[in-house]
Design a protein around this ligand. Structure first.
Ligand code: ATP
Ligand code: LTN
Length: 338
């Protein structure tokens, strides 16, 4: 049973933090899946700006506001159709923060200390805000507020979807069977695109801002993207096969495979007997061909602020129409409100 009204389709919800420009990993791990599923599922895609506050030292208010707009525009430029999907900014819907408080009260601290992302991001820092620890509670609120059935994310988010399930289950156990338990939706290919400079670590926004040649930003000029790919770390061999590839070569092959949708046999035949230089050049060509239309549409959207505002206003309103009854039901269940 759905609290927010009859669902005609299963629902997906996902989000990205407006902490910088998106990269090829986010595009492949998250946005390509969102785009592919937006017709079959009722879709909600959120720019999670409250999550971006969890590292307050890195927050510049003007930049954060601008990033939220840019990420919304990038969703559309990457093929999220605002006519069929709901695009909105998390802080425009106050129900997220309110539900997060209630869910936080049923979440044992031990579950939060266990999170890999918390361990990594708090490591070697003198002081961290409590928001960094409770980050997954807010994420759980984002998801259950919309009674989402599936959450399309990259591999690194699996643990956060698992804890969202646990939090929802614990709430249901304590207060009645109210919340929908979400499932992670992780792509078979490209769930973890690796850094070009170091194929042992995931391509990431934060590393990309510090290390040149680590990532391919969706707004990188073609020359910059090509240079990063041509310098990608491989190995001293020259055999181009998926089964035998070292992590760096496998990463390049995966980029090629996902972006062209060509079969592995055909890709191996294409590069057989050719060196890594050839593979890199072809990967750069397909990456640039992917980026060009995204960048063109992004520029158009940034020049039409009224259009983007309209989409975000409508998105927030529609999101609220789902979120409000769910929050009311939760408040009722725990004894809040009259
Ligand atoms: P940060 O480094 O600032 O933590 P990030 O680069 O990990 O950021 P997010 O905004 O946290 O990016 O992630 C947005 C979405 O993209 C999530 O669903 C995440 O799983 C996915 N994603 C991020 N990086 C990759 C990657 N390298 N490969 C596949 N999916 C990814
Ligand atoms: N933690 C996620 C961003 C995020 C999210 C969500 C993803 C916040 N709320 C809800 C899916 C569903 C990340 O990518 N870093």
């Amino acid at each position: 049973m759905s609290i927010s009204g009859t669902k005609t389709k299963k629902r997906i919800l996902s989000g990205v933090q407006p902490t910088g420009n998106l990269h090829m990993g986010t595009y492949i791990g998250a946005l390509m899946q969102w785009r592919a599923n937006q017709v079959d599922y009722e879709s909600l895609f959120c720019v999670v700006d409250l999550h971006a506050l969890t590292v307050p030292e890195a927050v510049d208010p003007e930049v954060l506001r601008r990033n939220s707009r840019e990420i919304s525009a990038l969703y559309i430029a990457c093929g999220i159709d605002p006519e069929i999907s709901n695009i909105f900014v998390q802080s425009d819907v106050h129900e997220h923060a309110e539900l997060s408080w209630i869910l936080g009260c049923v979440t044992p601290l031990g579950w939060l200390y266990r999170m890999t992302q918390f361990k990594t991001k708090s490591d070697k820092r003198d002081s961290v805000g409590s928001g960094l620890l409770t980050y997954p509670v807010l994420q759980a609120a984002d998801i259950v507020l919309y009674e989402a059935d599936q959450v399309p994310v990259g591999q690194d988010q699996k643990q956060h979807i698992e804890i969202a399930r646990e939090i929802a289950q614990r709430f249901n156990h304590l207060f009645g069977d109210l919340l929908t338990i979400p499932e992670p939706m992780i792509p078979k290919m490209g769930a973890k695109v690796m850094g070009l400079d170091d194929p042992s670590r995931k391509m990431s926004k934060s590393i990309g801002m510090e290390v040149k040649g680590h990532s391919i930003g969706l707004l990188d000029p073609p020359k910059v993207a090509r240079k990063a790919i041509m310098r990608a770390v491989t190995d001293s061999g020259n055999d181009i096969r998926f089964d035998h590839a070292s992590p760096g070569v496998l990463n390049l092959l995966t980029l090629y495979e996902v972006l062209t949708d060509e079969s592995r046999e055909s890709i191996e035949a294409r590069f057989s007997g050719k060196g890594y230089g050839h593979l890199k050049k072809d990967v750069a060509d397909v990456v640039i061909a992917t980026l060009e239309p995204i960048q063109a549409r992004f520029t158009e959207l940034m020049n039409e602020p009224g259009y983007l505002d309209g989409i975000l206003d409508k998105g927030a309103e529609r999101a609220r129409s789902i979120a409000a009854p769910v929050l009311t039901a939760v408040k009722q269940a725990v004894g809040l409100g009259r």
